[in-house]
Design a protein around this ligand. Structure first.
Ligand code: F0G
Length: 349
């Protein structure tokens, strides 16, 4: 009787603590480093605090001592965009916004739709015609956003979004919104905290450059001088990696000013890195997200302890996987047939 009471209480406290950790808002974790006040309404879906995973096989293949993968796919909507969106939408709500607006190749779209729904605000999303994955569109539509397909590419959709936002009716939540960049810098904070020191380099995909600007800002604020390597699609306008199919990066000047090194990877390299990440480390990301890894596997990044950001989940853009991965063979529901079709089947265990 005397044991059960306190023990039970301890368990209850412990599970409350675990629950708190699991549902922690990024804004709460980094409140002192973000532009929020005690009265800012926190719009959260439990973003951030994503896994930092060691990749021993790929490290060996690339001749590295340590390769760390920041698995941003485990954010609530499946990409790193949620880090910035929690702050952008919280601040929009605080400042009395009536609606949010973005142009997107798909991930910003899903994130804006989710956080706007959470905040009770309407979201308008502009997508380049015919160039966004069906899964991302379904996610965005299901979350209640108004999706407008623009006759044009991403750059034209973004320009239109900026023009409309300038009228003051909608808050732009692309990474031109400074709160987006403030939120996204937390990925670097998490990596440095978890490794106990900065890695020899941070490596990430380069689309419009918003995330690179965010990482650079984090490094400046930490007073850390670590190389930042941004990897773009060699053929920006045609790459199969639709998330980074962006002709003219809107943050190009900021990326250059930050001293980030820009590296190009062609689609064959992207796909090879993407496939190896899946088969050798068990991580299925979307093709664009493997850009950083492509540069690392090519031996293009100096250092022996690297942090590579994997930006979005494979389920968000499964079309290329569906085309390239081996299709299932059709077998009878019979153990001999199944064993015969299983390359590495072994008995025992
Ligand atoms: N990785 C993913 C999965 C992305 O969705 C994006 C950009 C990037 C990398 C590039 O990041 O633009 O900050 O350099 N996606 C935007 C969108 C364009 O609309 O979802 P960046």
């Amino acid at each position: 009787m005397s044991v059960e009471g306190p023990a039970r209480q301890m368990c209850a406290e412990r599970s409350r603590g675990v629950l708190r950790a699991l549902t922690a808002a990024l804004i709460e974790r980094y409140r002192d480093r973000l532009p929020v006040t005690a009265t800012t309404p926190v719009v959260t879906l439990g973003e951030g605090s994503t896994p930092l995973l060691r990749a021993p096989r790929l490290a060996r293949a690339a001749g590295l001592r340590e390769l760390w993968l920041k698995w941003e796919a485990s954010n609530p909507t499946g990409s790193y965009k949620d880090r910035g969106m929690t702050l952008a939408v919280s601040k929009a709500l605080e400042e009395g916004a009536q609606a949010v607006l973005c142009a997107s190749t798909g991930n910003t779209a899903g994130s804006a739709a989710a956080y706007a729904a959470r905040a009770g605000l309407p979201a308008v999303v502009l997508t380049p015609q015919g160039a966004v994955s069906g899964a991302k569109l379904a996610q965005t539509r299901m979350l209640g956003a108004t999706v407008l397909e623009v006759r044009g590419d991403f750059d034209e959709a973004l320009a239109a979004a900026q023009e409309l936002a300038a009228r003051g009716t909608h808050v732009l939540v692309n990474s031109l919104n400074p709160y987006r960049r403030e939120g996204q810098k937390t990925a670097v904070l998490e990596i440095v905290e978890e490794l106990g020191a900065p890695p020899d380099a941070f490596v990430l995909p380069y689309g419009g450059g918003g995330n690179t600007s965010s990482y650079a800002q984090a490094l400046r604020e930490l007073g850390v001088d670590t190389p930042l390597v941004s990897v773009e699609a060699a053929r920006r306008r045609e790459t199969l990696a639709t998330a980074i199919r962006i002709g003219a990066p809107v943050h190009a000047a900021a990326v250059a000013a930050a001293g980030a090194r820009i590296v190009a990877a062609d689609d064959d390299e992207l796909v090879a890195a993407w496939r190896r990440l899946a088969v050798e480390e068990g991580l299925f990301c979307e093709p664009s997200s493997a850009a950083g890894l492509a540069a690392v596997l090519r031996g293009d990044v100096e250092g022996e302890r690297l942090a590579v950001t994997i930006t979005g989940h494979g389920l968000k853009d499964p079309a290329v996987a569906d085309r390239l991965a081996p299709p299932p063979a059709l077998v009878d529901p019979d153990p001999d047939a199944i064993a015969a079709a299983s390359p590495s089947a072994r008995s025992g265990g």
